[in-house]
Ligand binder design. Structure first.
Ligand SMILES: [Ca+2]
Length: 390
């Protein structure tokens, strides 16, 4: 376990990294770089219309987080996480393009193989992975190539030798815009068994409002990568919602509502309740503006406090991992509304936090991101933690 003095070490090193973050800001790139600051935005309550769930039970105003154990250490730029039936985990590593299986008890790593065609660079590389709810022999992966971002699926055969366990990739969707920044990358199967993907606008804001582009969107598709036929705004398109800058986190609540996090530019990071056919504002609106035609975020944060990546829903709250913010945010829900102000946990204790996934009950897996070139890695980084939350 991490000794008690380390949190302050993190904070000190992060202070040095702040100079780098400032330089990047000046260069017009405010992504998941930089350092935490004490500046805290006021947290206004959301102003969406009252929903039919106004009688929904509320999560407690204050929650708790207990770090139960470190599942594994020594990962290099981990990004996506997919639990397997039985308690083991699959984790993708961005820059190497490799996928590993982590033994849920011992933490032992087994390399499945390298996803062919990954062109890592900047924020791009091998990003999200997902396993269909009813088929643990198939792995879906979202990654950056030399020309685009795409999603493939590969057969997974654990009986084969380590390093040779992935079948040939079958590309189910391609042509998602790529860039040095804003590659999106989160994928997840929804309760409707459709595959959802969060994309980025690749640094070209206009793409987010262009319904013919796959950039700056949340996509919803069949497991074959096709438009689902119903449920999307247009029956022949995988575009589900638009006006996003760089969607990084996706998860569903108990009532099957989709929640998503995205990076803001210089002002506001966002947590949004996603509805099909809605416009989330970027690049015309960042954070809450109240402008007609745009859906305001449920909550918003200064990028120094969040720069959110993964989200997971557990015990009635959204849990959101912060990269630059180096903390885990808890947003308690009452139906479609916040039940209370967001609460921060683990601030500067483990560094940058990339991915959080629910175990279906009161447990979360949390993936750190100190080795992504923007952190200050310490011995054991990066790691996967198991948390118990409420
Ligand atoms: Ca927005």
């Amino acid at each position: 376990m991490r000794s008690r003095y380390l949190p302050s070490v993190r904070a000190t090193r992060a202070g040095l990294a702040g100079l780098v973050g400032l330089a990047l800001l000046t260069a017009g790139c405010s992504d998941d770089s930089g350092t935490p600051s004490k500046e805290r935005s006021p947290s206004a309550s959301a102003s969406e219309e009252p929903g039919p769930d106004s009688t929904a039970s509320a999560a407690p105003a204050k929650g708790s987080v207990k770090v139960e154990r470190t599942v594994t250490t020594g990962l290099k730029a981990p990004w996506g996480l997919a639990p397997l039936p039985g308690g083991d985990l699959l984790v993708s590593t961005r820059d190497s393009g490799k996928i590993y299986r982590i033994d849920g008890r011992s933490g032992k790593k087994t390399e499945l193989g390298t996803v062919p065609g990954v062109g890592a660079g900047g924020e791009g590389g091998l990003l999200g992975i997902a396993v269909p709810p009813d088929d643990a022999k198939m792995i879906y992966a979202y990654f950056t190539t030399e020309s685009d971002n795409r999603i493939v699926r590969m057969l997974y055969d654990a009986e084969k030798p380590s390093g040779d366990q992935l079948g040939a990739p079958d590309t189910i969707i391609k042509g998602i815009p790529k860039g040095q920044i804003h590659n999106g990358g989160r994928i997840a199967f929804g309760p409707d068994k459709m595959l959802y993907a969060g994309t980025g606008e690749s640094g070209e804001g206009g793409l987010a409002q262009d319904k013919n582009s796959l950039g700056g969107k949340i996509l919803r598709m069949t497991p074959d990568g096709e438009p689902p036929g119903q449920g999307n705004p247009e029956s022949d398109s995988v575009v589900y919602s638009w006006g996003h800058r760089n969607v990084q986190g996706l998860d569903w609540d108990d009532d099957k509502r989709l929640w998503a996090s995205e990076f803001g530019q210089n002002t506001w990071d966002e947590l949004n309740l996603i509805r099909p056919g809605k416009n989330y504002g970027w690049p015309d609106a960042e954070g809450r503006t109240g402008e007609s035609g745009f859906v305001d975020p449920l909550e918003q944060w200064r990028p120094a406090d969040a720069s959110p990546s993964g989200v997971a829903i557990a015990k009635g709250s959204v849990w959101m991992a912060g990269l630059r913010g180096e903390r885990l945010w808890r947003i308690p829900l009452k139906g479609t509304k916040p039940a209370a102000d967001p609460q921060a946990f683990l601030e500067a204790e483990y560094g940058r936090l990339r991915t959080v996934v629910s175990d279906g009950d009161d447990g979360l897996w949390l993936v750190t991101s100190e080795t992504d070139t923007r952190g200050t890695p310490e011995k054991g980084d990066d790691r996967i933690l198991k948390l118990k939350v409420n």
